[in-house]
Write a protein that binds this ligand. Structure first.
Ligand code: SF4
Length: 366
């Protein structure tokens, strides 16, 4: 599917190279009176993860200098990379653009046998404040631009190329999940802009089936996403009882469960795809018999699967995770009602890269 490209980076001070698609680069080359093929060459470097013009070997030096002085070519700086015993890699980046300079965001690469998934951040901190979530405790500091979202993936691609994994795990980026720091659909400009670039047939060319946007349930934004970029959808559900979800996922007060239900029923799914309902099991808070019954009533088994997630504690968190055997029982309870439910194996827990653990532990670097 070809999407309307966007090159707008209104939140950035200089246009960001990683936010430019081929037509935009072609327009730039034309304006600079350069041959058209230069745009293709530059775009190929970008898609390989090379954003630094000095490394673009087939580009003349004068043009490289002009790129470097006219665009923000590297919107992120890699500050730290941590590797988990299970192969997961967590990357901490600092932003370069003036208003958010030095603010940190995180992305994670999760290698599996047949796929390599990058989990990206869409905001610095999060606009929402779910009380079980480590990112939520950071507060909100700003939306990432499309270029900054894409640059996380490009930096990880470059890192995997320069230092591939040595075991049997997948070495390249095949899937993208918007599940890192932030509520993606509270940053529609950055997320829609980045999707246009990820799905560009001349560029990274990732199909909608390989991209998942996770949201806490902003229903108008889900409708708009489905209308323009009908990628896979994951919902941070965490309770199917309004009174409880009002507390665990406070956006529920604005968009309660019935509204979410109607919205999910209308979401355009790709063939043989489903919506994932994410449910972090919290001891005593959402793992009781009435919680199970309400969840079973909420799920539309034809279109939705439940992903039960082990709670990853962080320092000062007010909740405890459900014991493993109780998680399995909860899953069995759903399965016995004809609902597909899995217990997600937590990856990268030893480096605080697992779900709900992402939070830049140093907020700023200079
Ligand atoms: S769970 Fe998601 S939406 Fe809620 S505070 Fe954390 S990052 Fe934000």
């Amino acid at each position: 599917m070809t999407q309307t490209p966007t090159t707008k980076t209104a939140t950035a001070d200089l246009a960001q190279l990683s936010a430019l698609n081929l037509p935009a680069l072609q327009g730039l080359m034309e304006a600079w009176m350069q041959p058209k093929f230069r745009a293709k060459q530059i775009y190929e470097w970008c898609n390989k993860g090379v954003l630094n013009p000095t490394l673009m070997k087939n580009i003349p030096e004068l043009l490289r200098d002009r790129l470097a002085s006219s665009l923000m070519c590297e919107p992120l700086r890699l500050i730290r990379r941590e590797c988990s015993a299970d192969g997961t890699r967590k990357y901490v980046f600092a932003l370069n653009r003036p208003r958010l300079a030095g603010k940190m965001v995180e992305a994670v690469f999760i290698p599996e046998e047949k796929r390599g998934t990058v989990c990206i951040s869409s905001q610095v901190g999060c606009v929402l404040d779910c009380p079980f979530c480590h990112t939520g405790t950071q507060g909100f500091e700003g939306n990432l631009s499309a270029g900054e979202i894409v640059a996380q993936i490009l930096a990880i691609k470059a890192d995997l190329r320069d230092e591939p994994m040595t075991d049997e795990l997948h070495n390249s980026v095949t899937h993208i999940v918007y599940m890192g720091m932030g509520e993606p659909l509270a940053n529609e400009e950055g997320v829609h802009g980045s999707l246009a670039i990820l799905m560009d047939e001349d560029g990274l060319n990732l199909s909608r089936r390989r991209i998942t946007v996770s949201t806490s349930g902003l229903t108008p934004q889900i409708e708009r996403l489905g209308a323009v970029y009908p990628v896979n959808l994951a919902i941070s559900l965490h309770s199917a009882i309004d009174e409880k979800r009002d507390v665990l996922v406070p956006i529920n007060r604005k968009h309660p469960l019935q509204q979410l239900r109607d919205c999910l029923n209308a979401y355009p799914l790709a063939t043989q795809r489903h919506i994932t309902l994410e449910y972090v099991l919290l001891d005593g808070a959402n793992d009781q018999a009435d919680d199970l019954a309400a969840l079973a009533r909420f799920v539309n088994p034809e279109r939705e699967w439940v992903n039960l997630i082990q709670f990853n504690p962080y320092p000062g968190s007010p909740y405890r995770g459900t014991a493993k055997e109780n998680m399995n029982q909860f899953a069995q309870g759903l399965i016995s009602k004809g609902i597909r439910a899995t217990v997600r194996r937590s990856r990268g827990q030893d480096i605080m890269a697992a779900c709900g653990q992402l939070k830049a532990d140093t907020k700023e670097v200079s």
